[in-house]
Write a protein that binds this ligand. Sequence first.
Ligand code: FAD
Length: 454
Amino acid sequence: MFSHSRVKIAIIGAGPVGSLCACFMAENGYDVIVYESRTDIRLDKSTSGRSINLALSERGINALQFIGLDNIVIEELTEPMYGRMIHSVDGQKYSIMYDINKSKCLYSVSRKELNAFLLTKLEKYSNVKVNFSYKLIDVDFNSKLLTFQKLLENQQQETVKPDIVIACDGAHSVVRKHMIRLPMFNYSQTYIDHGYFEIKLPSSETKDILTPGHLHIWPRNTFMLIALPNKDKSWTCTLFMPMEKFPLILESEKEDILSFFNEYFKDFMDLIQPEDLLNQVTNGKARTLISTKCNPYHVNDSFLLMGDAAHAIVPFYGQGMNAGFEDCTILNQLLEEYDHDLKTVIKTFTSRRFQDAEAISDLAFYNYIEMRDLVARRSFLWRKKVDNILNKWFPQTWIPLHSAVSFTSIPYKQCKLDNQWQDQILFRMFILFATFFSIGLYFIVASIMSKTLQ
Ligand code: FAD
């Protein structure tokens, strides 16, 4: 372990990425202070932290490995998902495994539990301090001053001057908002037309309908319902649909709400009491989904954005947090590569990460179409079969897109490029096959006709 105890690192946000990043920096010997606007999620049951379940995959697990938490997180906090279980409107179900050998899986984990787990790990480092209820309100990039509002102490303000600031303050990052005013800083955000609404399914005997080991999907073309398993055998379900449709369904009469769910998610309705569903609908609310892009991720050589603060993506590839965790791995690699020359590390991070973040952002948009529509089509299932065969023959070269993204650490940009050449090869093979088939058919018909005419 290096000793960098004189360098003071401030990390803004103790979400999953901020907590993990703080562990990485502490592990490297830096003095770390974490500032989090919320109260400690481990103590406050009413905290407004997201209750969502996340799919943890290879990139996230690799990052957890660095602080020795990969196995314990998998064992204690997660439920494996070996494939997707598709629920058709007519009640039929079929499984699409992620991997032909059924050896690869995604891990369903509660965001809140994982976050709490990381915070507990974080507190064990003697060189880390976590300040809860400290809300960053102002940033001065030139003088490196950060101003916080202390939410539990009569809103008093405190100004600090760390050496390095790593902003992991999420999709609506305050640090990034201040960066927008700087010259040569590029930023764009897109609220997609679709949003999400969460429904909790209590733990009960759901095995026939919600078979364990799967991510369950009810694809309905322009909308979909998904269900992820929890450790306590309950399920966290999410209804994704166009935002404009939510009020039409969720704010209608009770009978209309139930008839919508009965029409599109009949087997799901066998698992939940109508009163429970109506109660959740009345008390819950549909949430928006935002995708943000910016460049660069740094200001001068002392401010850096990571995780959702740098690249918030739509959730359909289950990669937002995994990508944020991978940011920590990349940061760590750069620390080694540049022998802890932090100024160079911060300046290099953008160029090392930007294209991959752009790629996963684009792929995540595409995957929504795959999940809500394509998985229900025959052509998708055929493509999956061909992909699996080619992957079996050429395991090193033909890695299907979903596997490359979820089960490897191949850079996201490379995953996207590989998928493009795979598409081209399959298209050419299809044309070749269609041509041979047409020529063959022509000769067969011609020979039959010539025999008939004789
Ligand atoms: P956040 O989780 O947003 O944490 C930011 C932290 O900063 C928070 O604790 C916040 O309180 C704090 N903060 C904010 N502002 C301030 C301030 N001014 N001062 C101090 N602190 C501040 N990802 C996956 O990998 N797999 C999935 O399956 C998946 N599914 C998802 C499903 C849904 C419906 C959604 C919405 C997202 C999903 N994601 C998934 C994405 C994932 O939730 C995010 O990528 C991840 O939470 C980002 O972590 P973060 O720490 O960067 O940001």
